[in-house]
Design a protein. Structure first.
Length: 355
C-alpha cells in the first residue's frame, strides 16, 4: 500500500527513486498476546522493520548507538530511504552516518508490512491508538532487536506525535527527541475536521458494507485522496508549479487515479482514527531529555498562527522550537522529510544531548 501523509505530501514532482546505495535489512517480529487500549487482543501482532548500520554494544552488552525514526500517517519506514532524507543524513560524515549509528525504521501498527485491517480482519481489527503504536514499537525494540536504550527518537507527522508520547511515557528510553511537523496537544479545530470528514466519507459510502466490501469504496477514497492532497499542499511551491487553471486541473487529473488505487478503506480509516485520544499537553513537564521540535510555516495541518508552540514549548525543560520559514522551496507539511531544511538542527541536538 502506498504511503499517505508520507508520500501524498510530496506534491510537485515525481517521487525520487529509492536510494540504491544503502544496505538495508528487513525483518518481522511477532508480538505475542498484544493488548490494545480498546480491550482487543491479538496473539501474533506482526511488526515489520528495516535497519541500516550495525548495533554497537558496551561492556555490559547494551546497544549504545540505536536511532529510531518514525513515519507519518499512512507511511512506512521505506519513505526514509528516499534521497531527500537518506542522502542528507545516512552517508559518511553525515548526522546519522550508518557506519556509526544503528538506524531502525519500523512500520507502525496498521501500516506497511505490519499487522493491519486489510490483512484479513477488516473492520474487526482492534481500533488501535497512538499509545498502542508506541507500545508495539517499544516491544519490537526490546524483545525483537535487543535495544533497551536509544540515542535518538526522530518522528515525522504522526511519528512526531509518537515522539512526544515516547518522551512522556518512557522518559529515560532515549537521549534526545526530534519531533517534526506536529503539535503536542489534542487534535482539534480544522485539524480534527478534515480527519473527521475523511472518516465520514469512508463509512458513508454505500460500498463500505460495514468494512466487508468486495471492492474498494471508490467514491469515498476519491474524497479521501482529495483531502490528503489538500492538507499536504505546499502553497507557494504549488503556485509556482501550477500557475494557471489548466495546469492545476491537469495535475489533479493525472495524480488522483494513482493515489486512489494505492488506498485501502479499512486501513485508511484506522490510520486516521488512531489519533482520536492523543493529547500529551497535560504532561509536557515530564519530558526530561533534550528536544528539538520543528514545524514549517507553510504547514496546513500545523499552522503557526495558532500560537500553540508559544504555549507549549516553554513547558519542555530542555526544549528548542524551530519554525522553518515558508518559501517556494519548502514542501508544506512534507518539509519534515526534506532533511536539508533542518539537518543542522539535528547536528546541534546530537551535540547537546551527548551522553
Amino acid at each position: 500500500m502506498r504511503t499517505l501523509l508520507g508520500l501524498v505530501l510530496v506534491l510537485l514532482a515525481a517521487t525520487p527513486a529509492v536510494a540504491q546505495t544503502w544496505s538495508v535489512r528487513e525483518g518481522d517480529y511477532v508480538l505475542g498476546d498484544f493488548q490494545f487500549d480498546d480491550g482487543g487482543r491479538l496473539d501474533g501482532l506482526r511488526m515489520h522493520y528495516r535497519t541500516l548500520g550495525e548495533p554497537r554494544r558496551d561492556a555490559r552488552g547494551r546497544v549504545t548507538n540505536a536511532v529510531l525514526v518514525l513515519h507519518g500517517t499512512g507511511g512506512t519506514g521505506a519513505q526514509f530511504l528516499r534521497p531527500q532524507f537518506a542522502d542528507e543524513l545516512f552517508g559518511p560524515g553525515q548526522p546519522l552516518d550508518v557506519s556509526r549509528y544503528f538506524v531502525i525504521l519500523p512500520d507502525s501498527i496498521g501500516h506497511g508490512g505490519s499487522s493491519k485491517p486489510s490483512d484479513g480482519l477488516r473492520a474487526a481489527f482492534p481500533e488501535y491508538t497512538y499509545d498502542d503504536m508506541v507500545e508495539a514499537q517499544r516491544r519490537l525494540l526490546v524483545e525483537g532487536l535487543g535495544v533497551e536504550h536509544l540515542r535518538l527518537i526522530m518522528g515525522t507527522s504522526m511519528g512526531c506525535m509518537h515522539a512526544f508520547v515516547w518522551g512522556e511515557v518512557h522518559r529515560d528510553f532515549a537521549d534526545a527527541l526530534m519531533p517534526l511537523a506536529c503539535q503536542p496537544t489534542e487534535i482539534a479545530g480544522r485539524n480534527r475536521l478534515w480527519r473527521a470528514m475523511l472518516m465520514d466519507a469512508i463509512r458513508s459510502d454505500p460500498a463500505w458494507m460495514g468494512g466487508d466490501y468486495e471492492t474498494q469504496p471508490t467514491q469515498a477514497l476519491r474524497t479521501a485522496a482529495d483531502l490528503l492532497m489538500l492538507v499536504g499542499a505546499a502553497p507557494m511551491a504549488m503556485q509556482v508549479e501550477l500557475p494557471d487553471r489548466e495546469r492545476a486541473d491537469a495535475w489533479l487529473a493525472e495524480q488522483l487515479p494513482g493515489r486512489v488505487a494505492g488506498l485501502d478503506a479499512n486501513d485508511l480509516w484506522y490510520q486516521v482514527n488512531a489519533s482520536r485520544d492523543y493529547d500529551p499537553s497535560v504532561n509536557l513537564e515530564a519530558i526530561s531529555v533534550p528536544v528539538t521540535w520543528i514545524n514549517s510555516a507553510d504547514d496546513f495541518i500545523n499552522p503557526p498562527e495558532l500560537g500553540l508552540a508559544e504555549q507549549f514549548a516553554p513547558r519542555i525543560a530542555q526544549g528548542r522550537y524551530v519554525l522553518i520559514p515558508a518559501s517556494a522551496e519548502t514542501r508544506g507539511h512534507g518539509t519534515h522529510t526534506w532533511a536539508r531544511f533542518w539537518k543542522d538542527e539535528l547536528v546541534a541536538l546530537l551535540a547537546r544531548s551527548e551522553p
